[in-house]
Write a protein that binds this ligand. Structure first.
Ligand code: NAD
Length: 488
């Protein structure tokens, strides 16, 4: 059985305890993982705190930090296959997607490598003739990064990349569900040549490892990706020392199709939006909001496409939909469908766990047009479950789309340019995709509002968010300071 280790202060260790990791395709135990308890978490934070002040990191030029990040990106690229296979093995995410995602992971590290020496301060045209005033951008400090199990290499790259570019140090808590790729990533990080303690990678359970980390008095910022309920714990934890937070949470994103849309393109994007990643994606386009005039034709084509999806084991390149990560996720999916049917919704594809080994749930489509209170319209499924609701007018489409406590992503399919612009303005979401869906880039910020969290990942803004501004006043006159009892 394979055994993994923590990475703390530049050294590998077993952790105070260990736990088993299960293969989602079979349910069988395949590896032993280290479990960080309070003492391990504290050691990781102390290592990050020491590294933040140590001259080899604190005095390193931004250009040199960038070079180390480039080296890290190269190591990730060189070891792409191992990382992808580990992510597939430990989380059940299909190999097609984990292999493709590694390219994004390296892109993000390269983007932030290049950005490191472009995080500029500013000189202010101050309204006092004898003063020079400027703003320095300094690292925010020790960052606690907490990630969920899905796409951990990617979701940690969007935190580690900008944080290290800005000169912070990081304690990354990998998810207890499938930590293998992150613990392997730590081995590559070690080879890249960063000073010890700049990044520490631990794993463990939310109740102890996550709680102790996010409430630690020496943590300055908590960067979290996960569900809204956990986010509430994180914010309460971070209140201990008033650490700042950035929260990337889930969604119930609308996918809106007007009657003039390119139907084939919209169907394909909808398949990608809800069935890719087995629906276990924060930006899943899980609510199809569709013009009544094309609803039947669109659903017929979508069902046809859904029926052609290859369901299989995650390490088979032919597989398009794999297992859900955990038994709990499988149970949640089944309960959500059952509760929605009880509320009057009708299942038009899938709907029941598959009768096979592993946590398999098929591509599922539920028509909720006559069931506006169906829970699948409001609750994130985090599985391949699409809820459908029809509309008559554009105003109705907007009202349905915005009828959610989440605000992460949205998709609009129309060939009408002026309508597209009206929709862009009206949709309450951090991302609007027009005639496309599920596109990402390191250059483009990503994030939401409401129950989808706050803060942005990706782009320049993310790096700035890992800095704090220091205002410097320098007096240029040698004359004595005038009246000390008057503010200057
Ligand atoms: P989760 O919220 O259960 O867990 C996420 C992480 O938080 C894990 O590492 C967990 O150990 C930790 N945690 C749990 N309790 C904690 C506590 N009390 N204190 C500190 N840490 C704690 O999420 P999950 O089920 O692993 O992942 C699915 C969720 O993540 C979905 O809601 C999904 O939409 C969201 N997600 C969001 C994005 C995004 O970028 N917006 C991306 C991927 C996933």
């Amino acid at each position: 059985m394979q055994k993994f280790q923590h990475y703390i202060g530049g050294a590998f260790s077993d952790g105070t305890a260990q736990f088993d990791s299960h293969d989602p395709a079979t349910g069988a135990v395949w590896a032993r993982m280290p479990e960080a308890r309070a003492d391990d978490v504290d050691a990781a934070v102390q290592a990050a705190k020491a590294a933040l002040r140590a001259p080899d990191w604190a005095n390193m030029t931004a250009t040199a930090r960038g070079k180390l990040l480039y080296r890290l990106a190269d190591l990730v690229a060189e070891n792409a296959q191992v990382l992808a296979e580990l992510e597939t093995r430990d989380t059940g995410k299909i190999i097609r997607e984990t292999s493709a995602q590694i390219a994004y992971v390296t892109d993000y590290y390269r983007y932030y490598a290049g950005l490191a020496d472009k995080i500029e301060g500013a000189h202010l045209p101050i309204d006092k003739p004898d003063m020079e005033v400027w703003l320095r951008r300094e690292p925010v400090g020790v960052v606690a990064a907490v990630v969920p199990w899905n796409s951990q290499l990617f979701l940690s790259a969007v935190k580690i990349g900008p944080a290290l570019a800005a000169g912070c140090t990081v304690v990354l808590k990998a998810s207890e569900e499938g930590p293998a790729p992150m613990l392997e990533f730590a081995r590559l990080f070690d080879q890249a040549g960063f000073p010890p303690g700049v990044l520490n990678v631990i794993t463990g359970f939310g109740a102890e490892c996550g709680r102790v980390l996010t409430s630690h008095p020496d943590v300055d910022h908590v960067a979290f990706t996960g569900g809204p309920d956990t986010a509430r714990h994180i914010v309460r934890n971070s209140a201990e020392n008033l650490a700042s937070t950035s929260l990337e949470l889930g969604g119930k994103s609308p996918f809106i199709v007007f009657e003039d849309a390119d139907i084939e393109s919209a169907v394909n994007a909808q398949v990608s939006g809800i069935f890719a990643a087995t629906g276990q994606s924060c930006v899943a386009g899980s609510r199809l909001v569709i013009a009544n005039s094309i609803k039947d034709a669109f659903l017929a084509r979508l069902r046809e496409k859904a029926s052609e999806i290859v369901i299989g084991v995650p390490d088979d390149l032919a597989t398009e939909v794999g297992p859900l990560c955990t038994q709990a996720q499988l149970d949640t999916a089944a309960e959500l469908v059952a509760a929605s049917v009880s509320a009057g919704a009708s299942v038009i594809a899938g709907g029941q766990p598959l009768d096979r080994e592993g946590h398999y749930f098929p591509p599922t489509i539920i028509d909720c047009t006559d069931a506006p209170d169906a829970p699948c319209l409001t609750r994130e499924a985090f599985g391949p479950i699409l809820s459908v609701i029809g509309f008559e007018t554009e105003a109705q489409a907007v009202q349905i789309a915005n009828d959610t406590a989440f605000g992460l992503a949205s998709g609009v399919f129309t060939k009408d340019l002026t309508r597209a612009h009206r929709m862009i303005r009206s949709l309450q979401a951090g991302i609007v995709w027009v005639n496309t869906y599920r596109a990402v880039s390191p250059i483009a910020p990503f994030g939401g509002h409401g129950l989808s969290g706050h803060g942005r990942e990706g782009g320049l803004q993310a790096a700035l968010d890992y800095t704090r501004v220091k205002t410097v006043w320098l007096r240029t006159s040698d004359d004595p300071i005038p009246d000390p009892f008057v503010m200057r």
